[in-house]
Design a binder for this molecule. Sequence first.
Ligand code: ATP
Length: 318
Amino acid sequence: MAKEGEDDEREPHLMVSGKALVKRFGGVAAVAGIDVEVRRGESFGFLGPNGAGKSSTMRMIACVSPRSDGELRVLGMDPETDGPRIRARIGVVPQLDNLDVELTVRQNLQVYGRYFGLSRAHVRAKAVELMEFAELSDRADDQVEPLSGGMKRRLTIARSMVNDPEVLLLDEPTTGLDPQARHLLWGRLYQLKQQGVTQIITTHDMHEAEQLCDRLVVMDGGQIVAEGSPSELIARFSTREVLELRFAPGEQDGQINHVADLAGRHEVLPDRLLLYADDGEAALEAAHARGVRPVSTLIRRSTLEDVFLRLTGRSLVD
Ligand SMILES: Nc1ncnc2c1ncn2[C@@H]1O[C@H](COP(=O)(O)OP(=O)(O)OP(=O)(O)O)[C@@H](O)[C@H]1O
């Protein structure tokens, strides 16, 4: 048995371990009995649409929401009895920034650091280091309110690092940011991973999951429907390429039978037909040879969106 309050000695590489984990709100199971393990040093993702249960899971791991059933250990400890000790060693980036907008960038970091009981001198130096990390040094003494969304998000992430956490929990880290701001943030998160910080990320964005996650679970309706690295999941549940065919209005239904057998699998979306084929070009040539004339075609590589569609019959953004 692990000693109380210490890392699980049997499995010291496990930062989080959940078994048959449940979160209920009234009669509704937001998290309906999931098994999940996050290993030291990895970037682990929860990918799923709105309402899948990602945030509810994160809040249990962050020790701010008690589990309804099942087992959960974070850093080898039980959130129910060891919340404060766990919280001292993790960093949390909530879905919505909760910065103190009337304080300056520097003050936000320093005040937060003081919550952890860190000395004034330590927190002062740490704030300087974190502002550099977040590329906010030139805004150090500006108030937070007028900063851009991307800057505020970087500050929230910097703030979550003030206690040098071993595990960082990021709930939808880049939702609502423009592409440039997202790429900058992804770069910062990659840098943290290189420094050995374990990251647990929720997202409904497959690009984000592919960019950031070594391993992920796909969630839907409170359940885990698949688990693996992005490339493993694509290899297991999709093909190398996807051929997308768009037809003139009203023509799609009549064309499905002509092309369905050109690929091992197909999906019918309202505006297009997806053919899952390892060689999209060959499938397109075969379709042309049969006289099929779509108004537009696209050959692309499979993504996690295709995996989700395969597993649930729905798109991630539904
Ligand atoms: N405090 C709460 N009280 C009642 N129901 C809740 C509460 N929090 C979440 N839920 C419900 O639990 C389910 C899962 O929500 P959760 O926020 O965990 O999903 P999510 O995957 O994080 O989605 P989102 O991306 O929208 O945050 C939803 O049906 C939601 O309405």
